[in-house]
Each structure stands twice: as structure tokens, then as C-alpha cells.
Design a protein around this ligand. Structure first.
Ligand SMILES: C[S@@+](CC[C@H](N)C(=O)[O-])C[C@H]1O[C@@H](n2cnc3c(N)ncnc32)[C@H](O)[C@@H]1O
Length: 272
């Protein structure tokens, strides 16, 4: 594995113009939205709050915050906001911006949420600092990213080899790295947040599940990058895709670690 990635999410992989990109993101959201929204609810999402949804994707969480939690306002930021098109309404502001742009200053918020975006950005540590800096006193930051709990006895299945090839290909192509995700609680504490905690959720990866559809679409889109790793050939990828579609599919797929913390209600700024 090399560290010479120069590509970018949305340009070198997962280009927004692809006809099934919104469907792919929606499949991932369907698997994780129930736990994300449960956590947001527990963190107090509700009326009176101004929220920032970072890397908003197709906007499922932005819409939940507005329509179900009843927050006052959501600012949804993404480098590609085409899937957020439609009637925004006065309480949803859509901002097309790149999170790595140091000039981005979207204001201050009572709740900031970022899911499955920081892991794709090599500048993730710096961006967490900036997200923490956008919290109002008492404001809460919730981060969600992928973690893997691979079966240590399975080094050879087509599923395992393709999943491993995917993480390597994502890393070499655009700089994705999930190795730092378990450290998110420590990162949030280093940012001066209090009440820091974390939890892990692994949705069932079974036949016909939204997650099976998500990984299937992801691998189909990444065929050239997967085989370029040298870990899998085209027939292994086909075998893995067939397994994802088979009634016998039963895996503990990648899960989502959520970590959260709160800015001091007395107004203390995080130590930068
Ligand atoms: C895997 S999707 C996750 C979408 C959504 N957060 C969810 O969990 O359903 C990653 C999202 O991050 C956005 N993204 C990736 N890199 C970005 C960047 N540098 N700045 C802003 N958004 C970015 C992508 O456009 C995409 O919408």
C-alpha cells in the first residue's frame, strides 16, 4: 500500500454524475439512519437548534432533523449538492463547498454531524478541529465513520479479499483511511469537548439488505481499482458480487463507530 494518493472523492471515485450515485448513498443511509437518528435524538436534537450536516449526501439526515426532530434550521454542506436539489424550504440551507477549503466558515451551530465523509479525507484531523470550532457553547459534535471487524480466520474468501482490496484501493486512490476511526473519542477530547463517548453499530449484512445493495454497487463501480490492487482478479470480484446477491449471505460487514462530545456550555473554546 502506498501513500501517494492524489485523487479526490467525487472526482476520481464516486463521481456525482453517475446515474446510480444517489441510489448508492441512499442504500448506505437506509442501513445507518435508524441508529444515527436515535443518537441525534439522545443528544437533544430538537426545536431551538441550528444544525450543520457535513457531507450531507442525499440529505436523509438533514431532512430528518427538520421534519422529525423539528430543529429550527439545517445547513447542509457537500461538495456535490445535486442530490439535495428540490424544495429546500426556508429552514434548509444548501451550501456547495469543499470541506478541505480553509476559507469555508459556515457559522456556528448547536449540533454538527458528519457521517462517512471524514474517513475519505486525508485532512480529517484538521477538519475535526474546524468542526469543533463551529460549535456554539453547549453545542454537540457527532462523528460517524466505518470500522471493520474482520473474521481473523477468513483470509481467503472472495468476500474478504474483495473488501480488503476495496479499502486498499480507496486509500491509494483518494486517501480513505479507517484506521484512525476508533481513536475518535480521544480526538474529541483533544479538541476540548466534554461528555465524550462512543458506540459501535454493525448492521446485518444479509441477502436483500440495503447494505448488500450498497456494497454491491460500490464494488461494481470500483472494478478497475479493485483489480489494480493485485489482491483480486475480475473473477474473484464477480464471485464476491454473486455472494452479496445470494440467499446465503451472512457477514459481519463494516460497522459504524459514532463518537460525540459537547462544547463547554460556559462558552470555553476548544484549545487550538
Ligand atoms: C459516503 S457519502 C455519505 C453521505 C451522507 N453523509 C450519508 O452518510 O448518507 C460521502 C459524502 O461526502 C461528500 N464529500 C466527499 N468529500 C467531500 C469534501 N471534500 N467536501 C465536502 N463534501 C465531500 C460526498 O459528496 C458525499 O455526499
Amino acid at each position: 500500500m502506498t501513500d501517494d494518493h492524489t485523487g479526490r472523492y467525487g472526482r476520481d471515485l464516486f463521481e456525482p454524475g453517475h446515474p446510480r450515485e444517489a441510489e448508492r448513498i441512499d442504500a448506505g443511509a437506509a442501513a445507518y439512519d435508524p441508529v444515527t437518528t436515535r443518537r441525534l435524538r439522545a443528544l437533544g436534537a430538537g426545536p431551538g437548534m441550528r444544525c450543520l450536516e457535513v457531507g450531507a449526501g442525499t440529505g436523509t439526515i438533514a431532512r430528518w432533523l427538520l421534519e422529525e426532530a423539528g430543529v429550527d434550521e439545517v445547513v447542509a454542506v457537500d461538495r456535490d449538492t445535486s442530490a439535495l436539489a428540490g424544495p429546500a424550504g426556508p429552514r434548509l440551507r444548501v451550501v456547495t463547498a469543499d470541506l478541505t477549503d480553509e476559507a469555508l466558515e459556515p457559522g456556528s451551530y448547536d449540533l454538527v454531524h458528519a457521517r462517512f465523509v471524514l474517513m475519505h479525507l486525508p485532512q480529517r484531523r484538521r477538519i475535526v478541529s474546524r468542526l469543533a470550532g463551529w460549535l456554539n457553547p453547549g453545542g454537540r459534535l457527532l462523528l460517524g465513520d466505518a470500522v471493520e471487524l474482520p473474521d481473523p480466520l477468513d483470509a481467503g474468501s472472495a468476500y474478504r479479499r474483495t473488501m480488503d482490496a476495496m479499502w486498499e484501493a480507496l486509500h491509494t486512490t483518494i486517501g480513505t483511511d479507517i484506521s484512525a476511526v476508533p481513536a475518535y473519542p480521544h480526538v474529541l477530547r483533544a479538541e476540548g469537548l466534554t461528555g465524550v463517548a462512543a458506540e459501535l453499530y454493525c448492521p446485518p449484512l444479509t441477502a436483500g439488505s440495503p447494505l448488500a445493495g450498497f456494497w454491491s454497487q460500490t464494488w461494481q463501480r470500483m472494478r478497475p481499482e479493485l483489480t489494480a490492487t493485485g489482491r483480486v482478479d475480475a473473477s474473484t470480484v464477480e464471485e464476491a458480487l454473486a455472494y452479496l446477491a445470494s440467499p446465503g449471505l451472512a457477514e459481519l460487514g463494516p460497522g459504524m463507530l459514532m463518537a460525540w462530545g459537547q462544547r463547554d456550555p460556559d462558552g470555553g473554546r476548544p484549545p487550538h
